[in-house]
Design a protein around this ligand. Structure first.
Ligand SMILES: [Zn+2]
Length: 278
């Protein structure tokens, strides 16, 4: 299954996948002792690895089409164990053409979230979504564009820096409304400007978490921090705040790295908070 759609009030959210990435548990969560994984054996692959979906979301609100994150792209060679390149076909299967997308919202600028931003054309790079504004938080743009100029990580050169030269980049800070129903929600720590997205319509709510959380078990193991979190203290604060807010809203918690389609709700069972897929 490559797509799955739900409604939040008048907003439609479709889950799309670009592929998956697998990691050894100790590599991904270096501060979590191996024995802590015993109770979560069912959540790992047969080889005992974590498998993360590489999810994107299409959010349709008030006539606007917002694509949240653009996957790894065609080249997953930067990962030891990954498969990618499925997003364009997933969009096509939904009947969505690249020209239909009004906004590409980047939760942050890591390699698995920006991979289909830019196409290499003969006459030079071109936006893969030709009518879209590409939005990202100022703090992420500052950090990653500086990094790109210093060490030249290839994906930053091909999928991130060209956005500015092409004139399609739009920076934001804090909470900004993409429509009256869809608002950015700062969740810094994983990266300096990491942003989630809060959807609110007709009394229903959802949060698209980005990488504020990578695994459903962080609903209760909320202090578990992946190696990729730039500032683990801040990312832990953001993760707690996000989970608490979703729980008090009784809303949907949607995450691109959770098992596809990544739609679920938080529930207390014997006092412990769980993410239960819808
Ligand atoms: Zn990610």
């Amino acid at each position: 299954m490559t797509a799955h759609t739900i409604s939040v009030g008048n907003v439609e959210i479709t889950s799309l996948s670009d592929g998956y990435i697998r990691f050894p548990t100790g590599n991904f969560f270096p501060s979590v002792p191996a024995e802590r994984w015993e109770e979560y054996r069912d959540e790992l692959t047969a080889e005992g690895k974590l498998e993360l979906n590489v999810g994107s979301f299409l959010v349709c609100s008030e006539g606007r089409v917002i694509l949240v994150d653009t996957g790894i792209g065609e080249d997953a060679s930067g990962f030891d164990d990954a498969h990618s390149g499925l997003l364009p076909q997933a969009l096509a299967e939904m009947g969505v053409s690249a020209a239909d997308v009004d906004v590409v919202l980047m939760t942050h600028l890591h390699v698995d979230h920006v991979g289909w931003n830019v196409e290499a054309a003969e006459e030079g790079p071109a936006p893969a979504f030709p009518n879209a504004r590409y939005q990202v938080a100022t703090a992420d743009w500052s950090a990653f564009s500086r990094m790109a100029r210093m060490n030249g990580a290839p994906y930053l050169q091909t999928q991130v820096l060209p956005l500015e030269e092409l004139g399609v980049l739009e920076l934001f800070e804090g909470e900004v409304s993409l429509t009256s129903e869809v608002v950015t929600m700062p969740t810094p720590g994983h990266t300096p400007g990491h942003s989630s997205l809060r959807i609110s319509s007709e009394g229903e709510t959802a949060v698209i978490a980005g990488d504020a959380t990578h695994l459903p078990l962080q609903a209760h193991e909320t202090d578990w921090c992946p190696r990729a979190d730039r500032d683990p203290v801040l990312s832990t604060q953001s993760r707690h705040a996000l989970m608490d807010r979703v729980e008090s809203d009784d809303g949907l918690l949607i995450a691109g790295h959770y098992p596809a389609p990544g739609f679920g709700r938080l529930a207390r069972i014997d006092g412990r908070r769980w993410w239960l897929p819808t």
